[in-house]
Design a protein around this ligand. Structure first.
Ligand SMILES: Nc1ncnc2c1ncn2[C@@H]1O[C@H](COP(=O)(O)OP(=O)(O)OP(=O)(O)O)[C@@H](O)[C@H]1O
Ligand SMILES: [Mg+2]
Length: 268
């Protein structure tokens, strides 16, 4: 190889390494301490985690292992005590409170175990809420909320209040609310924790579909291995650290989507 070819190769190699793509999410040495002094408790002890765009990750682990703490940090609902969090290469750990709130509003969707819907408010108005915070005009809010409810199979339930809906339907309204802003990532903390097996499976199949059809990256916490089996990857927390991180060669979601038997349209 001529000297000039050798230096061109070296330069290309250098470029390739500097241009190395950041994953969608990168955590490095994340710690989280709750409380002060004697009462201080280290809930996360130095978490390293990379999540690629389009992944579907189940987060498992014993109670108190730091799963919700990690989800809250990922979702910009809280800040780490130390460590680095990059979202699409942006150092979230260096952002101001307002910048973090904006990132949360624009890129992240949340689903909680308890649905967290406003009780005396229709499904449609619940779904419109994130758009209200964004200042979206009323007509556009309505259109997007109905579209989002349609995605989760609940278009015909738009005017019902949560009390008039089953648990599975309420969770789907909560998912529609998380989706209405077209987030890159859906963070779900035990989304099936309050549901029976059949409703849980419907929620998992919906998440699988959103991941496959919309390319939404999904991170969900679950205690149930049957539900984790839907994911493409299973990350296990133990005692404030990632203890194992495994690819799932045969996600249950793929089999369920192939069978396509689940009635997502308005099933109660
Ligand atoms: N706001 C808080 N103040 C003090 N300690 C907290 C707080 N939130 C969580 N912790 C503690 O941090 C540890 C991790 O809690 P976390 O909620 O992340 O666990 P988890 O893995 O989600 O558990 P579970 O499966 O029960 O939901 C626990 O010991 C918990 O008591
Ligand atoms: Mg938790």
């Amino acid at each position: 190889m001529s000297p000039s070819a050798a230096s061109a190769t070296a330069a290309a190699g250098g470029l390739a390494s500097t241009a190395q793509r950041m994953p969608l999410i990168r955590l490095r040495g994340i710690t989280k301490r709750y409380g002060q002094g004697q009462a201080a408790f280290l809930a996360l002890k130095g978490v390293d985690l990379d999540i690629e765009e389009g992944d579907f990750v189940a987060v498992m682990g014993p109670s108190g292992s730091g799963k919700s703490t990690a989800m809250n940090l990922l979702g910009c609902l809280d800040v780490p005590t130390s460590g680095q969090y990059f979202f699409r290469g942006v150092p979230v750990h260096e952002l101001s409170r307002d910048q973090r709130a904006r990132l949360r509003r624009e890129q992240l969707g949340f689903v909680f175990q308890g649905f967290n819907l406003l009780a005396r408010t229709s499904a449609q108005e619940n779904v419109e809420l994130p758009l209200l915070y964004r200042g979206t005009p009323a007509k556009e809010r309505r259109r997007l909320a109905l579209e989002s409810l349609d995605t989760v199979g609940l278009a015909q339930w738009a005017h019902h209040t949560p009390a008039e809906l089953s648990g599975g339907q309420q969770q789907r309204v909560a998912i529609a609310r998380a989706l209405v802003t077209s987030p890159k990532v859906l963070l779900a903390d035990e989304p099936t924790g309050n549901l029976d097996t059949q409703r849980s499976r419907e929620i998992m199949e919906l998440l699988w579909r959103l991941n496959g059809e919309r390319g939404i990256t999904v991170l969900m916490v679950t205690h149930e291995s049957d539900m984790a089996a839907y994911a493409k990857r299973i990350v296990r927390f133990v005692d404030g650290l990632v203890d194992s991180d495994e690819r799932n060669a045969h996600p249950a979601g793929a089999a369920a989507a192939g069978a396509a038997t689940t009635p997502l349209q308005g099933a109660r």
